[in-house]
Design a protein around this ligand. Structure first.
Ligand SMILES: Cc1cc2nc3c(=O)[nH]c(=O)nc-3n(C[C@H](O)[C@H](O)[C@H](O)COP(=O)(O)OP(=O)(O)OC[C@H]3O[C@@H](n4cnc5c(N)ncnc54)[C@H](O)[C@@H]3O)c2cc1C
Length: 341
């Protein structure tokens, strides 16, 4: 069988590697970093991605993972009622999850090379799973993400989503009594002192529900991570010459909590065409086109809805209207949830 090389050992790359190893395909994953490592992520995995983790035998190995089965939203001091999520989400740190996936991949006979940044040039047998594509600005705004774990916080729901004047912050309990605090923010100007000021960004405005919730937080400084140059404009897989999965194709706005699911789903969709290529049953171009078509068919609609939602939640007046509507009409929250999954 021909070997597949996956560039990037994040969620999508490792899920694909594990899926291909289950089919006996020789696989090498090249990862720029090491494991375990903290990563900017809401750590709230919701949607069909959970089925992929179960199908690949991964979910059972994620010891300590928590489930979030309900949600509240807040804007300033105002908070919605606690409402059930249509389906429970899995909450686990990327520190733990990515390391568990890497271990499973190697135990299945996969070759994992860490601390090596590979060329991302397209070529036969090469899959790009390198995560988001840096984009300096979007519509004149710089988008960046911040995350840190904290102890000493009791949440009012499995997921708390707080909207702030500068973006939004999600809170969910992960393993070992930790709460993950993760936000997406935007600024017209460069924000140079994030390594110093991140608590202020994540902590919310005085008087807000977020600020009150985090008042007693004991931060794990070592878990802080940040990412800048985020671009959230949807892109289509078929318009690229590369064979890509996950955020390497396009990133769904984090407000949906669906990026990890897309990473898992796109990896699962890629297993069969790549296994066929490996066995000599199809050409590389056929495999690439099949998985790109599947990506666009599966995600175009949710990416469109998510792009509109993102525009709404960062616009002060539109955000206020949406928040009041969700507060009054529970069915709207359910509809938005379903349309972004
Ligand atoms: C602020 C924020 C909050 C989020 N919250 C959530 C959430 O709550 N729920 C959710 O589902 N999703 C969330 N996401 C999105 C989620 O984190 C991503 O969609 C997901 O990590 C994508 O997985 P991936 O495998 O495509 O990329 P990644 O997980 O980013 O993995 C890419 C890997 O490739 C490696 N790499 C990159 N370039 C190279 C190279 N040249 N050579 C070798 N290795 C390379 C990187 O080191 C990295 O390990 C959030 C994102 C942000 C920014």
């Amino acid at each position: 069988m021909k070997a597949v090389t996956i560039i990037g050992g994040g969620l999508s790359g490792l899920c694909l590697g594990i899926g291909l190893r289950h089919r006996g395909v020789p696989v090498r994953v090249i990862e720029a970093g090491t494991y375990p490592r903290h990563k900017v992520c809401g750590e709230f995995l919701s949607g069909k991605g959970r089925e992929v983790l179960a199908m690949l035998g991964i979910e059972a190995s994620l010891s300590g993972a928590r489930e979030a089965s309900d949600v509240t939203f807040s804007l300033g001091a105002s908070t919605t009622a606690v409402r059930a999520l249509p389906s429970p989400a899995l909450c686990i740190s990327r520190w733990k999850m990515d390391a568990a996936l890497a271990e499973m991949f190697t135990s299945l006979g996969g070759e994992l090379i860490t601390s090596q940044r590979a060329s991302t040039e397209a070529g036969e047998g090469i899959v790009r799973a390198t995560g988001r594509r840096p984009q300096a600005e979007e519509g004149g705004w710089r988008l960046f993400g911040l995350k840190a774990h904290a102890h000493g916080i009791t949440l009012g729901a499995g997921l708390e989503m707080h909207f702030t004047p500068r973006g939004y912050v999600g809170l969910c309990a992960v393993e070992d009594g930790r709460v993950n605090v993760c936000g997406l923010f935007r600024s017209r100007e460069p924000v140079p002192a994030l390594a110093r000021d991140w608590r202020r960004w994540l902590g919310g405005e005085p008087g807000s529900a977020l600020h009150a919730r985090l008042a007693e937080a004991r931060w794990d400084d070592a878990s802080f991570s940040s990412v800048a140059a985020l671009g959230l404009t949807p892109r289509r897989a078929l318009l690229s010459e590369e064979t890509s999965i996950g955020d390497a194709v396009t990133m769904i706005p984090p407000v949906t909590g669906n990026g990890m699911s897309m990473a898992c789903e796109s990896a699962a969709d890629a297993i069969e065409p790549l296994a066929a290529w490996s066995a000599g049953a199809s050409s590389w171009d056929e495999a690439r086109l099949t998985l790109s078509r599947r990506f666009d068919a599966a995600f175009s609609s949710r990416l469109r809805t998510a792009a509109i939602l993102q525009r709404v939640v960062v616009h002060p007046a539109a955000r206020w209207v949406l928040f009041q509507s969700v507060k009054l009409v529970p069915a709207l929250q359910r509809l938005l949830f379903q349309m972004t999954r």
